[in-house]
Design a binder for this molecule. Structure first.
Ligand code: NAD
Length: 297
């Protein structure tokens, strides 16, 4: 007699998570920007101001410089000493605001404690604010108007769009409420009709909320905070975190275990980071176009 086997039910097949390859997408965007720039009579100009020698900032700006020059941009790096005062910085910003060869500028954050980032960022002309941190650009983002968007949230939205990840009606849980990532990405997701929950350091039961999420955006700065048991099967996980561990950079998400349950996930490095740089270059070109339009009015 033939033996019959009873199969365990339900049978669950672990599907491999899609790796959301920000590095490849960013390369494609930079290649397109290079072609666009080649066809222009004038190079887009990007200036970066750094204050002090924060090693992470030096590394990030180095990446921006390489990408900018690679895409054919005019790139200027203004380096100031740690003890630079506000007046000196404001006068540099004023010069860059007037400089016709500079279309976009950023002040690399964080700034030393004695400097007010609000005062410094407010001084950048709204049309030259390539980081999208100026209050008027953030107000336009909040209102859902055309705006120069902060580069990291813009890069996240571009990844989601590129991989056709549906957002309307989905529950997005954003961990982190910073002005540069958490708050703007929450509003951008909201504009795409996601239902958004914002979590932060005082959130009572983070795991209970992340477990309900269709999309998780982790922007905290705490290595491997998001574990497998905090993620619903099939969720999309975006890891913004960049944490130093020895000589490696690791994310806020425990990538190796979370990718077993996620349907899609960004790696660190190679996910959101390269997209931030590509979006900064895109923003600079947008700044240039806005300035051209304003000059013909
Ligand atoms: P931030 O320090 O300004 O904000 C961190 C946020 O995390 C805060 O809102 C805080 O309330 C929240 N938080 C802290 N501990 C928490 C906890 N245990 N549970 C829940 N929330 C908690 O940081 P940021 O500037 O938004 O950056 C966040 C991370 O993203 C950092 O690792 C940073 O290096 C990285 N980052 C990466 C890029 C990129 O291009 N990949 C860009 C910007 C920031």
């Amino acid at each position: 007699m033939q033996k019959s086997y009873i199969l365990p039910f339900p049978i669950t097949y672990a599907m491999a998570a899609t790796i959301l390859d920000g590095k490849a997408l960013a390369r494609e965007i930079r290649d397109n920007l290079r072609k666009q720039v080649k066809s222009l009579t004038e190079k887009p100009g990007l200036a970066v101001i750094t204050v002090g020698n924060d090693p992470a900032s030096q590394l990030y700006v180095g990446g921006k410089e390489k990408a900018g020059i690679g895409a054919g941009y005019h790139f200027v790096w203004k380096k100031y000493k740690e003890d630079t005062d506000e007046i000196t910085l404001l006068s540099e910003i004023d010069k860059l605001n007037q400089d016709k060869k500079i279309h976009g500028m950023i002040v690399q954050l964080p700034l030393p404690k004695h400097l007010s980032p609000f005062l410094i960022i407010d001084a950048i002309r709204q049309e030259k604010d390539a980081d999208g941190f100026h209050p008027l650009n953030l107000a336009n983002l909040f209102l859902g108007r055309d705006a120069i968007l902060p580069a990291t949230p813009k890069g996240i939205m571009r990844i989601l769009e590129h991989y056709n990840i549906p957002l309307a009606g989905k529950h997005a849980v954003v961990i982190g409420r910073s002005n540069i990532v958490g708050k703007p990405i929450a509003f951008l997701l909201l504009q795409k009709d996601a239902t958004v929950t914002m979590c932060h350091s005082m959130t009572a039961d983070l795991a209970a909320l992340t477990r309900q999420a269709d999309i998780i955006v982790a922007a905290v700065g705490k290595a491997w905070l998001v574990k497998k048991d905090m993620v619903k099967q099939g969720a999309v996980v975006i890891d913004v975190g960049m944490n130093k561990k020895g000589d490696k950079i690791i994310g806020d998400v425990a990538y190796d275990e979370v990718k077993e349950v996620a349907s899609a996930i960004t790696p660190v490095p190679g996910g959101v980071g390269p997209m931030t740089i590509a979006m900064l270059l895109e923003n600079t070109l947008k700044c240039m176009e806005v300035q051209k339009k304003l000059s013909t009015r």
